[in-house]
Design a protein around this ligand. Structure first.
Ligand SMILES: Cc1ncc(COP(=O)(O)O)c(C=O)c1O
Length: 486
């Protein structure tokens, strides 16, 4: 039997001129979308219920037959999607990607370097390690530091916690199992991201694996609270192995008192992990006051840092950094004879899959690398400073409004606030419900997208000012819409 020629269905899919033409059309379409968003033309969230939206995106028999205009369909996807580049976007902590990073993502998708092993990323691996070095330097970690990029802060925290467990449990967890030693625990704050608790549960530590220390009035975890939690853990018979602090908590953006916590960690010889998924970027800010908020991060044993939050990268680009680069090998201590050479994993440091959850690993450094080359470090410094300045200005406007309450002075680009009309006695549930009504009204207006959060004193509106193109007028309009009585 001889192999028949490549079917036209396949050769057509790889046709060079179709790729060129579709690509040009697509980039034009995206540039038009960027222009429209910057002009505030489309609704930030073109809201339709999930039930109404399901039939719109169902694949039809005609679709299955092929031959359709996929680029035009992508135009429909653009129109129907949430517009992160609209300056009214102030919702979840997801960035409006810098266009250069979006272009880099296209290159990354085309090249598809499954770079768990060096041979599948001869450019991608050294590029990733250069980006990691840059990130370590920006956090002022020592020259021994290193790490990898992985798929999001959630997996980043899990990766770090797996390494911490292997390195601190007192036995070889990888081979002897998680329960061969005493029950372990970490100390974290009541405000830490759910990915920390989730990771501990994946690791089989259960509810008692996290001792949640209370935060102060600024929603920050302090050294004193950590010390009290350590004392409490001793009474409960748990072996505390690490403190997980947060730089930029999810609800309010508060930065824990890292330097104080580093002191406590040092005094008790505990691992000091910083979940800087959101706020490690403060270290890059052009404003020294922002950099001061993460003072102490340079003393961390490990740090998680998302570039797809304040650094304007498309999701997902997360750095997991270790003070001692070699500690990164402890997270996944497996051997895979068909992939990695035998011997110490550090001997083949270029096979990054030894240090990540992913086996096939996306070339995610290119976005940061290309953006640095195109726009320089100073763009990141300005972007981070701008996001925080926008939030600080909005908080100021809120404080000047007698009917809107600021939950806490923002540390970063996240502001929590609620409408509380004076002279109207509302029960707590009514006040909570009012915030949700306001949020729905604001989303329906198409001018802004905001979210909400639950704090100990009730439900608050929450704006993460991710878009550095947001202006004073956008802030004034948002506040006006919050206060609108209808
Ligand atoms: C503090 C913090 N840690 C971790 C995460 C999880 O990151 P990701 O969504 O990239 O998995 C988030 C997400 O918002 C976060 O705010």
């Amino acid at each position: 039997m001889t192999l028949p020629p490549v079917p036209t269905s396949i050769s057509g899919a790889y046709d060079v001129s179709a790729f060129r033409n579709n690509g040009h059309r697509l980039i034009d379409m995206l540039a038009d979308a960027l222009s429209a968003s910057q002009s505030r033309l489309p609704a930030v969230l073109p809201w339709r219920s999930p039930i109404d939206n399901m039939p719109t995106w169902a694949l039809t028999e005609q679709d299955m037959a092929g031959g359709g205009d996929a680029v035009a369909r992508m135009g429909e996807v653009i129109a129907a999607s949430t517009k992160l580049h609209h300056p009214g976007y102030a919702g979840h902590q997801v960035a409006p990607p810098v266009p250069m990073a979006a272009l880099a993502e296209l290159v990354s998708a085309y090249l598809n370097q499954g770079m768990g092993v060096y041979e599948m990323g001869p450019a991608g691996v050294p590029m990733e390690l250069s980006v990691i070095r840059w990130m370590c330097q920006k956090l002022a970690l020592p020259s021994t530091a290193g790490g990898v990029l992985t798929s999001g802060g959630t997996i980043g925290n899990l990766t770090a916690l797996l390494a911490i467990r292997q390195l601190t449990a007192g036995h070889d967890v990888w081979r002897q199992g998680a329960h061969a030693g005493p029950p372990l625990a970490i100390i974290t704050s009541t405000q830490s991201h759910y990915s920390v608790a989730r990771a501990l549960k994946i690791m089989g530590w259960g509810d008692a694996g996290a001792i949640a220390a209370p935060v102060n009035a600024q929603f920050r975890l302090t050294g004193a609270a950590v010390q009290a939690a350590i004392d409490q853990a001793k009474q409960q018979g748990r072996k505390v192995v690490a403190i997980v602090a947060c730089a930029g908590s999810t609800s309010t953006g508060a930065c824990d008192e890292l330097a104080e916590i580093a002191d406590v960690a040092q005094a008790h010889q505990l691992w000091f992990h910083v979940d800087g998924a959101h706020g490690a970027s403060l270290a890059l800010s052009a404003d020294s006051a922002h950099r001061a908020l993460v003072g102490g991060i340079e003393r961390a044993d490990s740090v998680v840092w998302d570039a797809h939050k304040m650094l304007m990268m498309p999701a997902l680009v997360t750095a997991v950094l270790f003070r001692q680069e070699s500690h990164g090998y402890a997270a996944f201590a497996q051997q895979a004879a068909y992939l990695f050479a035998s011997g110490s994993p550090a001997d083949t440091w270029w096979d990054l899959g030894q240090r990540t959850m992913e086996c096939t690993k996306r070339m995610m450094a290119l976005e940061l690398y290309a953006t640095l080359v195109a726009h320089g470090e100073s763009m990141f410094a300005d972007v981070v400073a701008r996001q925080c300045h926008v939030a600080a200005r909005f908080a100021q406007l809120v404080q000047q409004s007698p009917d809107v309450e600021l939950a806490v002075q923002p540390d970063i680009n996240i502001v929590c606030y609620r409408f509380d009309p004076p002279g109207v006695a509302l029960a707590p549930e009514q006040l909570d419900a009012l915030q949700q009504t306001i949020r729905q009204r604001i989303i329906a207006s198409g001018q802004h997208y905001i979210v909400s959060t639950r704090l100990p004193t009730g439900t608050y509106l929450r704006s993460a000012f991710m878009n550095p193109m947001t202006t004073e007028e956008d802030l004034q309009a948002l506040l006006h819409n919050v206060r609108l009585r209808r």
